[in-house]
Write a protein that binds this ligand. Sequence first.
Ligand SMILES: *[C@@H]1O[C@H](CO)[C@@H](O)[C@H](O)[C@H]1NC(C)=O
Ligand SMILES: *[C@@H]1O[C@H](CO)[C@@H](O)[C@H](O)[C@H]1NC(C)=O
Length: 198
Amino acid sequence: MKSTIATLLSVLAVALSSPVASNNDYCRPSQKTFIAQYDDLPFVEPGPNPLPNPYNGLTYTTFQVDQYDGFIPPTSGNQWTMAFGGSGNISVSASPPKQTFALSSFSFACVSGVPQPECAISIWGWKAKGIAIKRVIHYPRLDPGHVIEDFKMNRTTFSREWQELKSVGFSISRADNGGDMFGGLALDDVKYTITSKC
Ligand SMILES: *[C@@H]1O[C@H](CO)[C@@H](O)[C@H](O)[C@H]1NC(C)=O
Ligand SMILES: *[C@@H]1O[C@H](CO)[C@@H](O)[C@H](O)[C@H]1NC(C)=O
């Protein structure tokens, strides 16, 4: 009996110390942090350049792989992900079923050209329990008369409220009057942690 418990405890210890999901017939809870940079993905012109599904554990709707064209540089490498119409979703894969993700941070830019008005980016988080949360962040207006080096992505971090997510949705509009930005939303260095439960 004592040795059975000892064996059980050592199995448990191995399960807890190894964060990698496996295809064994018992399930191990796992947690893995990613920083999606999109630089390893193929890009062809003309597109479209959809992301592989899943990419680092997440599924992208309308977001594509896009490459630096001389305007706003990606924060890492020369590629970012772009929702050309300004709206799109990023969701955790449906399989395995008990996965959620916590969003930590990303770099972002609204990309419509110079001049472009201040941009309001609405971000919705849909949680496993059906709860929806929302946040609005802004990307500054871009005026003519700047050297191209002045244009940068901005970066934001997310509070602990942004966890147990199934999906995150994005939509952009003009910050001054809610009108159309006629542009895209670019993201880079998207940092998140995927949790799988049993
Ligand atoms: C994103 O997901 C929401 C909720 O499931 C849905 O209403 C919306 O149409 C989706 N947007 C896109 C661009 O797929
Ligand atoms: C945000 O982007 C603007 C426009 O490119 C840039 O001027 C500003 O320095 C950026 N801010 C940060 C904190 O990166």
